[in-house]
Design a protein around this ligand. Structure first.
Ligand code: PLP
Ligand code: COI
Length: 366
């Protein structure tokens, strides 16, 4: 079977031994994040002489790669994170998938990798979701989609690879944080940084996450859910969490979030800024310092803080810890501004609210 797209035709080879339906239903009763996977994957290959070719949907299975494969040595790898939902009327929908396609190519450029035509990126997602439609949870869960690309040339010289594999896998997910909607705690890393000016902070490359793990482990040692990084130049300005952007809500009703540059340009961040502004909230994308954060939390000027991202959606931050202390934000719970923004965003994603910006893309016939 082949599925025609405007770019490449996908050869579809169904998984001969799909997950038993009974086991899938059982697994869906308690979905966590990222441990359960659907039956198929999308794979497209790229080589310097052929460009993009061999588009397939096939059984999810391990890759056979050469031990000299460039990704294993120099980490030339990028990825995206997005979700397919069942909306209120049962349709399968994606949220701003074109933004993921664009960001993927921005990451590709930064990592000296080939760009993938946006239509091909989107076709791979659509084809996979179509074949694995039974893996989209009903209710509050979603099908997390993980497009990624890695360098696959067997060559030990340090230069961009001449072969790549683009792949999309799918994982039905529930809440990212175990506490569900409970406010999370974060640890300020005063030792490790995530991204330098001119570095790869704005790209979604595996190396950024590998570099964040020691800091995240430090956060866990301090009983915190996530780490938050300061800028690398002055170690003064709050940048973002290991896997989420961060916002602060003040007594006068205004909101601040870190400016773009060395942080990941989050699609949730961009959407929440638009929603807040539409509600008449003053939103500034200006640097906010660790010193200001401590001062404002102590004085009560800072009312709320929240983290946001595709996986975590919008999570209230109740407290933060650092080398010399710990502070609570507001009453330590998820605040009303955070809750309202979350409801608005999720409402649009789930088709419970109008979508004036046209962010939701319906996957017809799925
Ligand atoms: N920042 C980092 C480091 C991330 O990993 C993510 C998650 O993708 C985000 C921010 C939020 O980005 P988005 O809202 O596009 O998922
Ligand atoms: C996402 O939100 O999609 C991410 O990639 C972040 C990661 C922590 C799961």
């Amino acid at each position: 079977m082949t599925a025609e797209t405007s770019t490449l035709d996908f050869t579809i080879v169904p998984n001969p031994s799909p997950f038993p339906e009974e086991d899938r239903l059982k697994a869906f009763e308690a979905l966590g994040f990222g441990t359960l996977f659907s039956d198929h994957m999308a794979v497209v290959q790229w080589s310097a002489d052929r460009g993009w070719h061999s588009a397939m949907i096939k059984a999810r299975a391990p890759f056979l790669i050469d031990p000299a494969s460039a990704v294993l040595h120099y980490g030339q790898e990028i990825f995206e994170g997005m979700k397919a939902y069942r909306d209120a009327s049962g349709r399968a929908v994606l949220f701003r998938p074109d933004e993921n396609a664009k960001r993927f190519n921005e990451s590709a450029r930064r990592m000296a990798m080939p760009e993938i035509p946006e239509e091909l990126f989107l076709a791979a997602i659509e084809q996979l979701v179509k074949v694995d439609a039974r893996w989209i949870p009903q209710g509050e869960g979603s099908l997390y989609l993980r497009p990624f690309m890695f360098a696959n040339e067997a060559f030990l010289g340090v230069r961009p690879s001449r072969e790549y594999i683009f792949c999309v896998i799918a994982s039905p997910v529930g809440p990212y944080f175990k506490g569900g909607e409970k406010a999370v705690s974060i640890y300020v890393s005063e030792h490790y940084t995530r991204a330098a000016i001119g570095g790869t902070g704005a790209a979604k490359c595996g190396g950024n996450y590998a570099g964040s793990l020691a800091a995240q482990a430090e956060a866990a040692e301090h009983q915190c859910d996530q780490v938050v990084f300061l800028d690398a130049a002055e170690r003064k300005w709050i940048e973002e969490l290991g896997g989420m952007n961060v916002f602060f809500v003040f007594e006068d009703g205004s909101i601040t979030t870190s400016p773009l540059g060395t942080i990941l340009p989050g699609i949730t961040r961009k959407s929440l800024i638009a929603l807040a502004r539409q509600d008449g909230i003053k939103v500034s994308e200006t640097p906010y310092s660790f010193e200001e954060w401590k001062r404002d939390a102590q004085s009560g000027q800072l009312k709320e803080a929240f983290a946001c991202g595709t996986a975590a959606v919008v999570a209230g931050i109740g407290s933060f810890k650092f080398k010399d202390g710990a502070l609570q934000i507001g009453d330590g719970q998820t605040g009303p501004v955070t809750r309202k923004l979350r409801e608005q965003l999720v409402g649009i994603q789930r088709g419970r609210q109008p979508d004036p910006h046209g962010w939701v893309q319906v996957l017809e016939g799925i």
